[in-house]
Design a protein. Structure first.
Length: 55
């Protein structure tokens, strides 16, 4: 409610805090989940083989 605002700016601090703002908390959790995926190292290279069309 805007009539109850004392202009303390707590809402602004909460909005930019990724430990308190619910959308930022969810975004942080998603980021950590994807970052926690194991690294595959070097990509696997699969050789291409030309097949004869005579079969």
């Amino acid at each position: 409610n805007a009539n109850e605002c004392h202009h303390c700016l707590d809402c602004q601090v909460t909005y930019y805090n990724d430990d308190r703002c619910p959308p930022l908390v969810a975004k942080k959790k998603r980021r950590q989940r994807t970052k926690a995926a194991p690294d595959a190292g070097e990509p696997q290279i699969i050789p291409a083989v030309q097949l004869d069309a005579s079969t």
